[in-house]
Ligand binder design. Structure first.
Ligand code: SF4
Ligand code: SF4
Length: 160
């Protein structure tokens, strides 16, 4: 059985260091009700981002572990599957990071299901905060950011 947590730790939790993540109201409440520190900043109705330092998620703790793993939001749970728009149709793709080639089809399918449950408005709001208007550009920028800070692998975009 593949130890996904170990792969992510070895990768250095790269995807948790490129701008943080976003939460809806329910996801924010779950984190606060579990007693975790409040880093939330409201950016839209029922939409929160996190205060970060240099883009590192504040819930990333020792040895690149997620402090709120049980309560991490859908945006984190669906990664490395991301949403983009092609010919006005919503699609999902897999970002090729160290874990991608180990994921089983059922893992990818459940990540796709999660990704499909995130509204485009929510994703667009997340992107707008970074002043990036286009989902496809956003995925490429994320990949480029990985490639700048991670020397162990080359991120590329791949269709699921
Ligand atoms: S970039 Fe991929 S391998 Fe690295 S921490 Fe994120 S999900 Fe794990
Ligand atoms: S909430 Fe956890 S999984 Fe999501 S970006 Fe932060 S540390 Fe990473």
């Amino acid at each position: 059985m593949v130890d996904y947590a170990k792969i992510c730790q070895k990768c250095g939790a790269t995807c948790c260091k490129v701008g943080g993540t976003d939460f809806n109201e329910e996801e924010k409440k779950a984190v606060l009700n579990a007693g975790h520190e409040d880093y939330f900043v409201k950016i839209e109705e029922e939409h929160y981002e996190l205060r970060t330092e240099n883009g590192v998620c504040p819930y990333l703790i020792n040895e690149n572990s997620c402090e709120i793993y049980e309560h991490r939001p859908k945006l984190c749970r669906r990664w490395p599957v991301y949403t983009y728009i092609r010919n006005n149709i919503r699609e999902t793709s897999l970002i090729m990071c160290p874990i991608s080639s180990y994921l089983q089809e059922e893992d990818i399918n459940s990540m796709k299901e999660l990704a499909d449950n995130i509204s485009l408005t929510f994703i667009a709001d997340s992107i707008e905060k970074s002043k990036i208007q286009n989902l496809n550009t956003y995925a490429s920028i994320k990949c480029n950011a990985f490639n700048k800070i991670q020397l162990g692998y080359k991120c590329k975009l791949d269709k699921t």
